[in-house]
Design a protein around this ligand. Structure first.
Ligand code: PGA
Length: 249
């Protein structure tokens, strides 16, 4: 059985004032039968970790460099994330792929660096609106998974997030049937590449997950949780999403 996972991606948002939101998220998450992950800006990881205290909520980074250390001004290594208590790192987010020109090969190198630091990689894939309209969705995602998920992927070190680029921050979401189609294809691809681990790797949906649509999305087969951006910043939005995941079939 895959344990469900709700991950909050703060992106370049939040502040010290957001720590009161963390308190409320922690209070609500304690006692739920799901995993919860918070990925604040790297500058705030220590504060968020301290605020969570001993509770079982995990913290993660939003990116890492493919090397462990060295002359890379402004970059952060997987080892640095691990050093401040992070257990996860989001890699290959479409905002990194688009804003920073990250290729599948670079994402795969970052995933290997994350694994070397004992971090679980949350690897993002997803099609643009033009690719969906052209009927290329499954092909694009298969190619991204092939190139971004290295050999060695397993349930303990890898989570895959399906995030349609056009659904991120837009309020638009694919239909439940469209999400189901992609998640089924992802699971089948994992079975072909990693037969022993395919059933253990969690598949998240991400892109405009809100309290109002969470329950419907979590009822879709093969959806093991969500990667939540905007709605993870405020407890009023994130806590109902956690509750919906906890109540999901
Ligand atoms: P969103 O972002 O929930 O604000 O659409 C999701 C993500 O990019 O991870």
């Amino acid at each position: 059985m895959r344990r469900k996972l709700a991950a909050g991606n703060w992106k370049m948002n939040g502040s010290r004032a957001s720590l009161t939101e963390v308190d409320r998220i922690v209070a609500a998450a304690v006692g739920l039968g799901i995993d919860v992950l918070l990925c604040p800006p790297a500058t705030h990881l220590v504060w968020v970790r301290e605020r969570i205290g001993r509770e079982g909520i995990r913290t993660g980074g939003q990116d890492c460099h493919p090397e462990h250390h060295g002359a890379h001004t402004g970059d952060i290594s997987a080892a640095h994330l691990a050093d401040v208590g992070a257990t996860h790192v989001i890699l290959g987010h479409s905002e990194r792929r688009l804003d920073h020109g990250e290729t599948d090969a670079l994402v795969a190198a970052k995933v290997r660096a994350a694994w070397a630091a004992d971090l679980t990689a949350v690897i993002c894939v997803g099609e643009t609106l033009a690719e969906r309209r052209a009927g290329d969705t499954l092909e694009v995602i298969a190619r991204q998974v092939e190139g971004s998920v290295p050999a060695g992927a397993a349930g303990h070190n890898t989570v895959i997030a399906y995030e349609p680029v056009w659904a991120i921050g837009t309020g638009l979401t694919p239909s439940e049937a469209e999400i189901a189609e992609v998640h089924a294809a992802l699971r089948a691809q994992l079975h072909r590449r990693f037969p022993a681990e395919a059933e253990a790797i969690r598949l998240l949906y991400g892109g405009s997950v809100k309290p109002g649509n969470a329950a419907a999305i979590f009822a879709v087969p093969q959806v093991d949780g969500a990667l939540v951006g905007g709605a993870s910043l405020r407890a009023d939005d994130f806590v109902p999403i956690l509750a919906a995941l906890d109540a999901a079939p």
